[in-house]
Design a protein around this ligand. Structure first.
Ligand code: GAL
Length: 832
């Protein structure tokens, strides 16, 4: 149908332009708050939230992750907005694929959950540059996160863009959307403390700027004690029970309950026991908390060069309830699900007022909440880090394990204790499903390309590369006279290179002479090694490699990377020669990057050769078919040193199994205060061995994998692996608190539930003992008391099934093997 009036298209254009330029209609608030609760449509709620960062997985994974969050008992999904992903160059926006923010929020909405949108736009988050685009650093006169006009302009511009986008997509709660909360800035309070007035002015401006955007939902500022009304200040940390907001009419909110911690290359892998995590949450709720958010609920992957740091690993698994690959981490996920059920049962009493706190012993307390309509909910806490304690409460006795809290939604019945884990423990397995046959290409070990340039002295790396690549070549020449002593005696001079980070390789006359790298704690490094120089002209080439830009710290945007010197040669006839102020040639990136070898077209533009012995700076290429089935995939890089890997042109991320984890690993006791160094694994091994390969990046056949190896490694050791449940275990007491239906008060005797991943079945029962078994998953053994029919119910109900349940009553196991003794059932099933 044609338009009748020639002016109609013009008018439409005008309307469209006006919509872009003017803010959408003002909001009418439907999310409010008071001292005890966030109030949604008049309903006062205790909200359970979890962080899932959309670009840390692929859109094809989002629905399943969100469903698992919902099944786990969450009300809210929290995410940062990743500015540098959305505005890769100034004024050029990107909201597709992993950065399709609107799609992600709509999926959360479809699942019936709410969103807490942390616009920031500073994120921190172990994300490259804390989420700031690198071009922002080069805006004239800019200084980040302070009272600086260019910065404030850019921050407002982006924040407003996101708010308007959310409004025009009707995503705020009053518009029928899921967004109930937004965050401005991130943990600015501690910096404000150090920086004084300009920082104070900035945070006050940020709060006002945000409030003026009129989102119709409350704004929060985390770790910002002076957040001005109506902005709510919130807390982040491992524990949150000491925290109170800065006004009595604001709810107590914990925006980051750390479920584990991030991994750095060179560091061990942190784990947080779920007994302690559940204890921390219960302690926060018993004290009067109204909202808590697991950071992370699904950590995911730092694909490409999105990892911050420097030295943040590609895996951002975080020991979260949903693992990096999207599988449930057990017992974490299920134990927290049980905790959430218990909290929700207490909700009517919890939102009614403050608790009555009573001491029940030296380190024992009760917190009791009552509503006007008669509901009563109680929390019984034992803070003792060693002992079980029996406490008297309301005329009854309750047994409390050390460092635990029991939840009694009717002030009588314990339905949950934070330390009594009655759910499955899963041991995952990584199984090789194929190797590769490689061809290779050696990159240049020098800077001879046309785009190299020469200048006097040493340049800062990010200024030169603008972070478009990790790599920058620094090359200089050194003349060595015939009469140098070392040419006779073989005592080669020592080359010393001081670098601001993060790692480097030294090539002398095109031969790799040595490698050095910093660490998460100290990105700066000093290289020192003998330089095998010859008489005449020598080339010294230093390949400086960045490993993620910093994401945290005071004015981290000013931190340097690269070889800043001095660079010296010691042990010449003249003694010391300073090379710092010589002429240096620079080349940005590797030749293979310029050729686009990671892509199909780039990779077919060159001749690949047979793979020979391990060589530094080598590219490898292979083709493979997609492994059958639906299990998540990873690529095992353990035989390699350091580099990057791509599949079908998509960057899987940086790999660095050559960096062995340094630290203390060992026993992990949930009792007592947790910090990230307490329960670590991988010491002495690779910090990260497996790299997630999203299935959606694969085709059935003819997939191309490209590896760029800096150090030299053995590509024949690379394999594709599937991740799945290997063993499903449980160790449950016959008196584990449990219930089927609170409203009908239908308590059940404990049941043991076991499940494998979709597509798997239980094929064997490795162990089962009803009695007093010992050990843990993988090493169970019979105790003094053991029922000889322990295996029977599991063999009957579980073999051949994906999941099964067995009730823990003596009759099921052929009678009571030791009357009068408290019994448990321990079981280990094999999933295949
Ligand atoms: C917090 C920060 C998060 C994340 C976390 C550590 O302080 O707000 O963005 O960096 O630390 O994982």
């Amino acid at each position: 149908m044609g338009s009748s009036s020639p002016r109609a298209p013009l008018l439409l254009l005008f309307v469209a332009l006006a919509a872009l330029l003017s803010p959408p209609a003002p909001a009418t608030a439907s999310v409010a708050y008071d001292h005890r609760a966030v109030i949604i449509d008049g309903q006062r709620r205790i909200l359970i939230s979890g962080s899932i960062h959309y670009p840390r997985s692929v859109p094809e994974m989002w629905p399943d992750l969100i469903r698992k969050a919902k099944d786990g008992g969450l009300d809210v999904i929290q995410t940062y907005v990743f500015w540098n992903g959305h505005e890769p160059s100034q004024g050029q926006y990107y909201f597709e694929d992993r950065y399709d923010l609107v799609k992600f929020i709509k999926l959360v909405q479809e699942a019936g959950l709410y969103v807490n949108l942390r616009i920031g736009p500073y994120a921190c988050a172990e994300w490259n540059f804390g989420g700031f685009p690198v071009w922002l650093k080069y805006v004239p006169g800019i200084s980040f996160r302070t009272d600086n006009e260019p910065f404030k302009w850019a921050m407002q511009n982006f924040t407003q863009k996101i708010v308007w986008m959310m409004k025009s997509e009707s995503l705020f709660q009053w518009q029928g959307g899921p967004i109930i909360l937004s965050q401005i800035e991130n943990e600015f309070g501690p910096l404000e403390w150090d920086q004084g007035d300009p920082a104070k002015a900035y945070s006050a401006w940020a709060a006002k700027m945000a409030v003026d955007l009129d989102t119709g939902v409350p704004w929060v500022m985390c770790k910002q004690d002076d957040a001005p009304d109506p902005v709510i200040n919130t807390w982040n940390g491992f524990y949150g029970d000491w925290f109170s907001p800065n006004q009595p009419y604001k709810p107590t909110m914990w925006t980051e309950v750390w479920t584990g911690w991030f991994t750095g290359f060179g560091g061990p892998v942190p784990h947080r026991p779920v007994e302690d995590l559940a204890f921390a949450v219960a302690k926060f709720i018993q004290k009067g908390g109204s909202y808590f958010n697991y950071y992370m609920y699904h950590g995911g992957t730092n694909f490409g060069r999105t990892a911050g740091g420097p030295f943040i690993a590609t895996s951002y698994d975080y020991d979260a309830p949903i693992d990096e690959f999207g599988l449930l981490r057990q017992p974490k996920w299920s134990h927290l699900k049980d905790l959430h059920k218990a909290i929700k049962l207490c909700e009517p009493a919890l939102v009614s007022g403050d608790p009555i706190v009573t001491s029940l012993g030296n380190s024992q307390e009760s917190h009791v909440y009552r509503s006007n309509s008669g509901e009563c909910a109680a929390f019984l806490a034992n803070y003792d880090t060693v002992s079980f304690v029996k406490v008297a409460f309301n005329g009854m006795h309750y047994n409390l394990p050390p460092w635990s809290i029991s939840i009694l939604p009717d002030c009588k019945t314990t339905i949950f204790n934070t330390a009594r884990v009655g759910v499955q423990t899963t041991q995952m397995k990584m199984e090789s499903v194929g190797e590769f046959s490689w061809v290779s290409y050696n990159d240049d070990t020098d800077t001879y390309a046309d785009d190299s340039f020469t200048t006097v002295g040493l340049l800062e790396q990010v200024n030169v590369t603008r972070d478009n690549t990790d790599y920058l070549w620094y090359t200089t020449y050194v003349d060595i006279g015939q009469d140098e002593q070392f040419l006779q005696n073989g005592n080669y001079p020592v080359l010393t290179v001081l670098s601001a980070g993060h790692s480097l390789h030294v090539f002398i006359n095109r031969q790799l002479s040595g490698t050095a790298y910093g660490s998460l704690e100290e990105p700066r490094l000093t290289y020192s090694g003998n330089a095998k120089l010859w008489a005449g002209s020598n080339t010294i080439s230093i390949l400086s490699v960045s490993v993620g830009l910093p994401n945290i710290g005071e004015h981290f945007e000013t931190w340097n990377a690269g070889v800043l010197g001095p660079v010296t040669l010691n042990g010449l006839n003249e003694g010391r020669r300073d090379l710092t102020w010589q002429k240096w040639s620079y080349q940005i990136g590797l030749k293979g990057e310029a050729l686009g070898l990671h892509s199909l077209s780039g990779s077919s533009s060159i001749e690949w050769g047979e793979t020979s012995a391990s060589q530094p700076l080598t590219w490898y290429k292979a083709f493979f078919n997609e492994p059958e089935g639906n299990l998540p995939l990873a690529i095992d890089m353990n035989s390699m040193g350091k580099g990057q890997v791509w599949i079908n042109g998509q960057s899987i991320g940086r790999y660095w199994p050559g960096y062995k984890a340094f630290g203390t690993c060992g026993d992990c006791d949930y009792r007592g205060n947790y910090d990230e160094t307490k329960c670590q694994t991988n010491c002495g091994g690779a910090s990260q061995r497996w790299y997630h390969v999203p299935r959606s990046w694969l085709k059935p056949t003819g997939n191309m994998v490209v590896v760029l190896e800096e150090w030299g490694g053995d590509p024949t050791g690379i394999s594709m692996v599937t991740r799945s449940t290997g063993r499903a275990c449980a160790d449950v007491s016959e008196w584990q608190p449990a219930m089927k239906n609170w409203h009908t008060k239908d308590y059940e005797r404990s049941r043991i539930h076991l499940s494998c991943d979709p597509g798997q079945k239980m094929t064997a029962i490795n162990f089962a003992s009803f009695g007093t078994p010992n050990g843990e998953c993988g090493s169970f053994s019979e105790g003094k008391c053991h029922s000889h029919e322990s295996y029977d119910p599991f063999e009957k109900k579980c073999i051949g099934q994906q999941s099964c349940a067995v009730t823990i009553v003596p009759e099921v196991f052929g009678g009571d093997p030791c009357p009068g003794t408290m019994k448990r059932i321990a079981v280990e099933a094999v999933c295949e």
